[in-house]
Design a protein around this ligand. Structure first.
Ligand code: NAD
Length: 517
């Protein structure tokens, strides 16, 4: 799959754009196209939806004026260029028609069949579907080569990502033209092949699944789990609060659909925990309760912070694990005397070994090493910015040893949370599984490494692309974490992608050194 760098220009501003479906997505897409200077014809089978859509679009434009994004005169111009139509035939002069109707293959195919007959032979047909195969929709058409996925994210006026999805029959020139058009409309397009979940809804699955697996094993409280991914992982929201926002009915349905589309691959297995939430009707924010409570005056989810411990005066930072230099620097800055020493990666305090998590439980490492006092610390996308560090101790580790390890990180100005000794802890297992899923998508030619990372940053606000993170952490290290997880959970879920293994062996990066991902 090529990168999305557009040499071709987008559709001319004089092209009339048709939008079918005057709902949440259709209205947002229409507003984006109006802002780009097009005349937009908006069609819906529900008559009453059209005036409501005009109102919704007017209030989007008013918001843009208020923010100073567009001059006030544009608001009236949008109104003049928005044409509400109640007959599909009225779309006959559109150069591009974007469909945003109900998520149903038969209904979408029927619509595209009627569109084929009313638009010009060179008009482009696009679907905003989030889960239906573009190949399957195209199968019923006379000219499937002009059908392409143009997947905006909600809200379409705010989120920059557009996945440009090619079915088996989609002409590459059409996909290029739609990507260029999306770019001209101020969006960040990425190319991908039509496979279940496209890029974002597939690569993001482990963000939710790993959290629910850790929760199922009672690794920590829900508030702690979210705080770890937010404050140590650098994600804008924790996975549980994000699922509460999306709605568990929607999130569970997407997971089930991806799982079934991949013929029950254990990598995408849905969670019984989420099934229970759906069964209970605890769908998240919209129902007042999901993983967390949303009633007025509901307490904020509690984060279990370790009590303050005595800071050590000195420590040894041994070896070259990810973050070693930064942690030594931070400790120095906070007045600790640090000795740097060659050897296996560890932070050493008297008789305590604080080890970077590598996917193996602390208890198992302690048994292998024949020493009790082993404490693991979790990964972070940025140890300097992180306000929280996640620790876990071996079952046989003493309280005093854990207190010393806690004191080390607290001395660096970090909050510390101690969770149960689950393999891969919270952040590391999530980052490695995101990288693995991203690698598998690249391996299967779904999208380029650059487009996968762009999709996750622009579509779901990840702090770093999963593959750029793999470059920083080392693909060889990601593989060994996954192998450790696979030996703890031998159900196939954690098998490393073949391409990730190759990168690990050849030590090739996913992105050129210094690429800004
Ligand atoms: P919605 O229910 O808000 O709006 C759908 C509109 O389509 C309704 O107004 C309905 O009357 C109209 N409609 C239904 N069948 C029609 C037909 N045959 N011809 C013309 N109009 C018809 O739905 P939505 O949330 O805007 O989703 C629309 C599409 O966008 C779906 O394919 C969905 O998967 C996809 N999508 C949704 C989101 C999201 O977060 N809502 C994000 C990305 C993509």
């Amino acid at each position: 799959m090529k990168n999305t760098t557009n040499a071709v220009p987008g559709l001319a501003a004089g092209t009339t754009i048709g939008v079918v479906g005057a709902g949440t997505m259709g209205n947002g897409i229409a507003a984006v196209a109006l802002r780009a200077g097009h005349t937009v014809k908006l069609y819906d089978t529900r008559q009453e939806a059209l005036p409501k859509a005009a109102e919704a679009i007017a209030s989007i434009a008013a918001r843009w004026v208020k923010k100073g994004d567009i001059p006030p005169a544009d608001q009236a111009a949008y109104q003049a260029r928005l044409v509400l139509v109640s007959d599909v035939q009225a779309l006959h002069d559109c150069g591009l028609v974007i469909e945003a109707i109900i998520e149903d293959l038969e209904i979408k195919t029927a619509l595209f069949k009627s569109l084929e007959h009313c638009v010009a032979a060179d008009a482009i047909l696009a679907s905003n579907t989030s889960s239906i195969s573009i190949t399957a929709i195209g199968a019923g058409l006379q000219q499937p080569e002009r059908l392409v996925g143009m997947h905006f994210f909600n809200p379409a006026t705010v989120l920059p990502l557009v996945e440009v999805v090619s079915g088996e029959a989609t002409a590459p020139a059409i996909a290029d033209l739609i990507a260029a058009t999306a770019k001209a409309w101020g969006k960040s397009p990425v190319h991908c092949r039509s496979t279940p979940g496209f890029i974002v809804n597939r690569v993001a699955r482990p963000f939710y699944a790993e959290a629910m697996l850790a929760l199922q094993e009672q690794a920590c409280s829900k508030g702690t789990l979210d705080a770890a991914l937010r404050d140590a992982g650098g994600f804008r929201m924790g996975p549980l609060e994000l699922m509460d926002l999306i709605g568990h009915d929607t999130n569970f349905a997407v997971t089930r659909s991806v799982y079934n589309s991949f013929f029950q691959d254990p990598r995408y297995k849905p969670s019984l925990i989420q099934q229970a939430l759906v069964d209970a009707g605890w769908l998240g924010r919209k129902s007042g309760r999901g993983f967390h409570l949303y009633a007025e005056n509901a307490p904020a989810p509690a984060v279990e912070l370790a009590p303050a411990e005595k800071p050590p005066a000195q420590a040894v930072v041994q070896g070259e694990f990810t973050g070693a230099g930064l942690l030594a620097e931070l400790a120095n800055e906070h007045g600790m005397k640090i000795e740097r020493r060659a050897g296996p990666g560890a932070i050493l305090l008297d008789d305590v070994q604080i080890l970077p998590c590598t996917g193996e439980a602390a208890t198992s490492l302690a048994v292998k090493a024949g020493t009790d006092n082993i404490v693991l610390f979790d990964a972070s996308t940025d140890y300097r910015k992180a306000s929280l560090v996640v620790l876990a101790k071996a079952d046989q580790c003493s309280r005093e040893a854990l207190a010393s390890a806690t004191g080390f990180f607290q001395a660096l100005g970090k909050g510390v949370t101690v969770i149960d000794d689950v393999p891969g802890l919270l952040v590391l297992r999530t980052l490695c599984m995101l990288a693995n899923e991203a690698a598998e998508a690249v391996c299967h030619g779904i999208a380029s490494p650059a487009d996968v990372d762009t999709a996750m940053i622009k579509g779901v606000n990840y702090p770093i692309g999963p593959l750029a993170w793999a470059d920083a952490y080392g693909s060889d290290n990601v593989v060994s974490v996954l192998e450790n997880l696979a030996s703890a959970y031998p159900d196939g879920r954690y098998r490393p992608s073949a391409l990730l293994r190759r990168k690990a062996l050849s030590r090739q990066r996913w992105h050129a050194e210094g690429a800004n991902q």
